[in-house]
Write a protein that binds this ligand. Structure first.
Ligand SMILES: CC(C)(O)CC(=O)SCCNC(=O)CCNC(=O)[C@H](O)C(C)(C)COP(=O)(O)OP(=O)(O)OC[C@H]1O[C@@H](n2cnc3c(N)ncnc32)[C@H](O)[C@@H]1OP(=O)(O)O
Length: 364
């Protein structure tokens, strides 16, 4: 009896376990289905939201097109007559100077489809200000230097330009005033390319002075041409001992000298002022400045060249951003902060470019 009972209860237990397993499998399947359903539901929801956004975007662009059209029709857009007049005038007038490249025919822009023309339009002649019109604003702006003396933050507009030079949609900066009277639009080279100006070339005409007189540049920019200490000393010697002694150094009673040679690796052709050389010059100046035995500093080059200016091979691949952001040539300033007198004993080439009062001068 008990054996039969045991066997029956075993059978029941086995059946129960089988049932449990079936239940678990069913639960698993049901959960899996639920996850699939949930995923599908979320996917559909995303698609719906995307469709809604697309719809909204389409509506807004339609609205913007309608507004642009209405602005165009209310007469904000006018032919650039001043541009035409200027072009005609320039065709009959001679160019500024024979050294300057002749200006090619300036093609007048005919009409602008949207409120804002190319690079920097003005509202001379009492037109409504483009700046006030925000329909075409991109929301971005760019810093612009060179118009007026300060840097301006110029708002960017997306416009459709129709002119003989440029057609189609372009992004332009918009100002209320341009510095040249009668000019409504300035096309940058990126848009106008070489269509307006021919190749401009700089003509350098070195003007050596041998008479001892100051030349025109030296008179106009006295601070750029400081009197040379050697020349003053020679002039005094000339005064005191007469012309026969003026070129002799025999009777100069010179104090002991300390010499430092700056020799960058690899050696610089014509003492081109590479980073390594200028860093070494800075270090030598620091040491001389700190040395109580040293009263004055003389910098010289070699027989053929004092210096060929900045190392153009080292500079050639540097971008504007690198130079401007990286304090390019900042360490060159050390020479102007040394308190002891610094004398340049120049032999041969001494090349450099300096900017004075917006004039670029090239000295050799
Ligand atoms: C600091 C700032 C703000 O002032 C910026 C400046 O300094 S800008 C000025 C940069 N310097 C120049 O533009 C001068 C360029 N060099 C020349 O015009 C001539 O080399 C020269 C008139 C000084 C001498 O001419 P020449 O006797 O005919 O010799 P080259 O055969 O031209 O040159 C020999 C050799 O030197 C190299 N070289 C000359 N200058 C530089 C330089 N500035 N930087 C680097 N290397 C220079 C030249 O390339 C030759 O080398 P190889 O090509 O033969 O290996």
């Amino acid at each position: 009896m008990s054996e039969i009972e045991d066997s029956a209860s075993l059978q029941v237990r086995l059946a129960e376990i089988e049932l449990e397993k079936e239940k678990l499998k069913l639960q698993e399947i049901s959960e899996q289905r639920q996850t699939d359903l949930e995923r599908d539901r979320m996917k559909h929801q995303h698609e719906l939201e995307l469709a809604k956004l697309q719809l909204e975007e389409n509506k807004l662009s339609l609205e913007r097109d309608k507004q642009r059209e209405s602005v165009r029709q209310t007469g904000l857009v006018t032919a650039i007559q001043e541009g035409k007049a200027l072009a005609e005038k320039m065709d009959t007038e001679p160019t500024f100077s024979e050294h300057r490249t002749r200006r090619r025919k300036l093609l007048p822009a005919h009409a602008i489809d949207t409120p804002d023309p190319d690079v920097v339009p003005v509202n001379s002649s009492g037109r409504p200000s483009f700046e006030d019109n925000v329909l075409s604003a991109t929301g971005d702006s760019v810093p612009v230097r060179g118009i007026g003396s300060t840097q301006l933050n110029v708002p960017l507009h997306c416009v459709n330009l129709e002119s003989d030079l440029v057609q189609g949609e372009v992004v332009v900066g918009v100002l209320s005033v341009l510095p040249v009277e009668g000019v409504d639009v300035i096309l940058g080279n990126d848009l106008a390319g070489v269509l307006v100006w021919g190749d401009a070339s700089v003509v350098v005409s070195p003007k050596p002075t041998s008479s001892g007189e100051l030349d025109d540049l030296a008179k106009r920019y006295p601070s750029v041409f400081p009197a040379c200490a050697i020349t003053r000393a020679m002039a005094r010697k000339h005064r005191e001992y007469g012309p026969d002694h003026s070129n002799s150094s025999e009777d100069l009673d010179l104090p002991p000298q300390t010499e430092h040679t700056c020799a960058p690796e690899p050696p610089q052709a014509l003492n081109a002022l590479c980073d390594a050389l200028m860093t070494e010059v800075g270090r030598a100046l620091d040491a001389f400045e700190a040395d109580g035995e040293i009263g004055a500093i003389v910098i010289t080059g070699s027989e053929r060249a004092f210096a060929a200016g900045a190392d153009i091979k080292e500079m050639q691949n540097r971008t504007f951003q690198e130079c401007y952001g990286g304090n390019f040539l900042a360490h060159w300033n050390r020479i102007s902060t040394v308190k002891k007198p610094v004398i340049a004993a120049v032999n041969g080439f001494a090349v450099g470019v300096l900017h004075a009062n917006k004039t670029i001068m090239y000295a050799m």
